[in-house]
Design a protein around this ligand. Structure first.
Ligand code: HXC
Length: 524
């Protein structure tokens, strides 16, 4: 074997066979196996295989491993270029050294220059303690790389094992974070430190497992059952995204052609009208009852094309990517099946982040609205519903991609304005015939407007009913808003998909000038 073959063999062994065996016994893939699952077959080109650390302290001379704990390079996913980083826990716990950071910074810069997505597979104990300041400086460089690439190329983080200390901020600066249940955890300070400082006892899983970060903190966007599933989902996510902010997302249509294509399109027409009929039946007859907004989303989008983001966090707002006639769109929809679809602190921040992602990457936005307003409450006020709601307003106001809203049922108060109304820059607003667009619901409005009249009425209940009816007659329909031109068209549920296909097609050439400023001051 020549020297190069020997060195390559050594490098792929990472921290050595024993360490690899230990990871396997824990049911984990190696850093290189993860890349094999992620990338198209035989497409990986490695960079920096022979990099080693430069530390001389703490006996580190004897602990030199080729590659220094991180595998970097480029390859393809569905034939499209991506840059990759895969941390190797078998080498010094995947801890980040100065040279490790240099390798990451190099591929970050290549990804940015070549306009291709950056995918970072994380499995790391954080800053390499033996390197001290060199390691901290390395993190600074990596964070700068993440921020420079933000909004230019999609950045995706996949947490496969520990992601501790300084390791957490790179994923937090990227667009999407995937976690694996029972296998991955993220924390800034671990259970030992927390116990020493606050006397709280907590496990790794409770503190920063996939459940905690998907449901409570919102740090993670996807909760996966296995490493393989996480990597397959990354591949799928990429099919919705452009390579960079100068491109449009790819058009993904059925692959059939010729007679089969025509047959498929006939079947689709039949199925399409079937789906239209189904849409007519989603809303319950009583407008106070909940229903599942995802049925409406699925009824509108191309079949099986909805890729939900942040599914476990603030479920009263649904966000995700989907396709309309093969074109990627971002969907933001109130979910009446959770908290009546109300807007609150968490859902506002969730929506704002997603809207900004779509706007960065030329992804048109569809809003499906059914919200009784912002959630009232002392805790909401004290946890910043004003500030968080302002984030959602801000994100919509500054978005220049094509933006369409369909008012499905309720559009009350602040929710009417914040959920992509024409007044904050939406291009087109539609409403279903049963839409209710008003400052508030009839019961609340009548109580406030007619308090004295009701108090002195001989039959207050009858009087209240009459006033509620009058109010509903006036406001609980989309026609007052349509009279003013706030709603462009009242459309039937069964017509919705076709109307949206035409509307988004009409906006494909939309051009909106950016305001000349360094950047706005978003209420963070
Ligand atoms: C150097 C490290 C290391 C680190 C782990 N190792 N973390 N070496 N620097 N940060 C080494 C271990 O010494 C061990 O080496 C090997 O990796 C495997 O670690 P184990 O502890 O045996 O693995 P496990 O039991 O699975 O525990 C994983 C772990 C734990 C939970 C991640 O290693 C851990 O708590 N590490 C420290 C985490 C941490 O506090 N990091 C923050 C650093 S400060 P041997 O040779 O024995 O196999 C930081 C700066 C913050 O990051 C900056 C904020 C912006």
């Amino acid at each position: 074997m020549d020297r190069l073959d020997e060195l390559r063999k050594q490098a792929v062994h990472g921290g050595g066979p024993e360490k690899i065996e230990k990871r396997r016994s824990e049911g984990k893939l190696t850093a290189r196996e993860r890349l094999e699952f992620l990338l198209d077959k035989d497409s990986f080109n490695e960079l920096g295989m022979f990099v080693t650390h430069t530390c001389h302290d703490f006996g580190m001379e004897k602990k030199k491993f080729l590659g220094d704990g991180v595998v970097t390079g480029y390859g393809t996913v569905h034939g499209r270029l991506v840059y990759v980083i895969s941390e190797d826990f078998t080498v010094l716990g995947g801890s980040l050294s100065g040279m490790f950071a240099e390798k990451i910074a190099h591929v970050q810069s290549l990804a940015l220059k070549n306009g291709a997505p950056m995918i970072n597979i994380k499995d790391s104990g954080g800053a390499r303690i033996q390197e001290g300041i060199d390691s901290l400086a390395g993190y600074g460089k990596v964070f700068l790389g993440n921020v420079r690439a933000s909004g230019v190329i999609p950045q995706i983080s996949v947490i496969m094992g520990p992601c501790a200390g300084g390791a957490v901020y790179s994923p937090a600066l990227t667009d999407f974070v995937f976690m694996v249940e029972g296998k991955s955890y993220m924390f800034l300070t671990g259970p030992d430190v927390i116990k020493a400082v606050t006397h709280e006892e907590v496990t790794f899983e409770e503190l920063g497992g996939a459940g905690a970060h998907n449901t409570k903190s919102g740090v993670a966007h996807f909760k996966c059952d296995s490493e393989e599933q996480a990597l397959a989902m990354v591949r799928e996510l990429l099919t919705y995204l452009p390579q960079n902010n100068a491109e449009d997302p790819p058009l993904v249509r059925g692959k059939k052609d010729g007679i089969r294509a025509r047959l498929a399109s006939l079947v689709k027409q039949v199925k399409g009208s079937d789906r239209g009929r189904k849409l007519e039946q989603v809303l319950p007859p009583d407008h106070t009852l909940p229903y599942d907004m995802k049925k409406i989303i699925e009824g509108i989008l191309d079949e099986d094309s909805f890729f939900e983001v942040h599914a476990h966090f603030a479920p009263n707002l649904v966000v995700g990517l989907g396709r309309l006639e093969g074109m990627t769109i971002g969907v933001v929809a109130n979910q009446p099946a959770h908290l009546a679809g109300v807007l609150d602190t968490l859902s506002s921040a969730k929506g704002a982040r997603f809207v900004r992602f779509c706007d960065s990457f030329n992804i048109p936005i569809l809003v499906l609205e059914d919200a009784p307003g912002f959630l009232p409450g002392v805790s909401q006020e004290h946890t910043g519903v004003i500030k968080e709601g302002a984030k959602l307003l801000y994100a919509f106001c500054e978005a220049t991609v094509p933006r369409i809203t369909v008012v499905i049922r309720k559009a009350y108060g602040g929710a009417y304005i914040a959920m992509n109304s024409k007044q904050i820059g939406a291009d087109l607003n539609f409403a279903w015939p049963n839409a209710q667009i008003a400052v508030m619901g009839a019961d609340g409005a009548v109580k406030i407007l007619y308090r004295r009249r009701l108090a002195s009425a001989s039959e207050p209940d009858r009087e209240r009913k009459k006033l509620v009816e009058e109010y509903n007659e006036k406001f609980n329909n989309p026609y007052v808003a349509a009279n003013r031109g706030y709603i462009d068209e009242v459309i039937k549920p069964s017509e919705t998909r076709d109307r949206l296909v035409a509307a988004f097609a009409s906006l494909r050439t939309k051009l909106e000038k950016k305001i000349d400023r360094k950047h706005g001051n978003m209420p963070l």
